[in-house]
Design a protein around this ligand. Sequence first.
Ligand SMILES: Cc1ncc(C[n+]2csc(CCOP(=O)(O)OP(=O)(O)O)c2C)c(N)n1
Length: 542
Amino acid sequence: MTAIHHLQHIAELGPVLEGLGIRHVILAPGSRNAPLMQLFTSGNRFSCHSIVDERSAGYVALGMARQLGLPVAVVTTSGTAVLNLSPAVAEAYQQCIPLVVLTADRPREILTQFNNQVTDQRAPYFNHSKGFFEFPVQVRDLSSLEQDIRTVEQLVSEALREPAGPVHVNLPLAEPLYVPLPESALSGVTVNTPSEELPVPEVLPAVGPGEKKILVLAGMGPGERKVQGALELLLAHRQAAVVAENISNLNAPSFVSNPELVLAGATEEERRALAPDLILAFGLQVVSKRLKLFAESCPDADLRSLETGTDPVELFRELAGIRPCENRYLTLWKGIEGREQARVQSFLREAPFGNLTALARILEVLPGGTVVHLGNSATIRYSQLIPVNPDLSYFSNRGISGIDGSLSTAVGSAMVSDQQHLLIMGDLSFVYDSNGLWNKDFPENLKVVVMNDGGGGIFRLLDGPDRMDFFEEFSVTRHPVSLELLAGAFGRRFVRASGMEELENQLHALCDPDNRLCILEVDTTGSENSRIFKSLFTKSDS
Ligand SMILES: Cc1ncc(C[n+]2csc(CCOP(=O)(O)OP(=O)(O)O)c2C)c(N)n1
């Protein structure tokens, strides 16, 4: 029996991954993963992107996969490189995004003293991935090779099956690594692409007569039209309201998009009337803290959360029934929202330059079709106070809300899209993920606004941290980094706006796809950001 080439399994991976829809591969440099680099870069089946920092590479892959709605592969060498993917893998798991992680590994040495760049790579993302498979160092024969490849095929299919998510394949590879890969030896590997049909949620809540009040909470998601249609149907037939924040990407005039404003502005009597009999939540995360507290304060409400990966459309249609009615419950929600939105608009006209006014102005002028990425921290919270623009799409890494990958995620998303992208983020998040700028294919359709309020401004908005002695040094954490020099170090064009007039002068460049401006620092270090924010709510609470 002829021995099987020690890299034969690498050659077999190409057709399987291609067959399952992988087109984009992020390659982080290393030696042990050289055979994988050879596989993906030879021919033109895959579009390969080089990213050095694996933490950034993972988030770039996440951004790509989310924008494309397709799986994306990310390849690393052995050792800490594998662990550096963990934040993005965990976020992808929460957001149900299919990443296929391929990590090269070293066969164990006879003497442990010779183990170099070695860590235990068996299932390091254990609770954050949908599955793991490790190839043997040397494939024994063709039949076990075929079995292993089928296992990978099933694993990647699992990544795609709703709820989608990341999977991990570990490949201990023996030397020599820099030799031509053999031809694929397996023919007719069947690729089973999972069906598109989602299961309908099993439990239909017993809502009883048409007078029961239903509050639907739409979490973060891509905003499918059929879901939107089913929700609109529900609103026409029941005493129901739909709360759909910007990152739910569900936009209808009848949806409530600013629950923070509604709940902050409602009188006690209104709050009592807003209390529902049933709360039905679907999709991923909801941002509004007041909404969470409101839901918790309705002890009589039946709370249901639909499983991710199920299709709520049938459920909403069934709940709707057939008899149209006057939806007084919705009128109440929308009445308060309209009143509070008008109040905020007039507040913004008078309020001085700062994070809130700058952000509102930027979101106001963005051209339709722009993909807006919102940094975790104060940015996403400010954005909840501004009416949703149905012509924009909104994204944020709210799965685990890390500040460590917002830039890289937006970069990945823009790299695979023709649409204009705008990322708005805080200064700490920008400095943290500045390696996101380190990319030879940096997308020209991405512009980045850094709201520089001199550290973690979110902590100034919260009630509590500023009463602590450690607040400035250990919570806000001012940084000494010049954003201009940092942008310059990566060769990105940079401008700064330190007041409303300067911002106005930059808005045209920000909205112009042909303008090469990359980073706009909105310097609000001299502004009273927290006072402006708090006075907005003080007025509504009074
Ligand atoms: C990886 C990670 N580390 C720490 C945190 C906790 N955290 C949340 S917001 C924040 C400050 C972010 O500051 P900045 O990016 O400047 O945004 P701003 O608060 O000014 O809007 C920190 C440290 C986190 N969410 N993720």
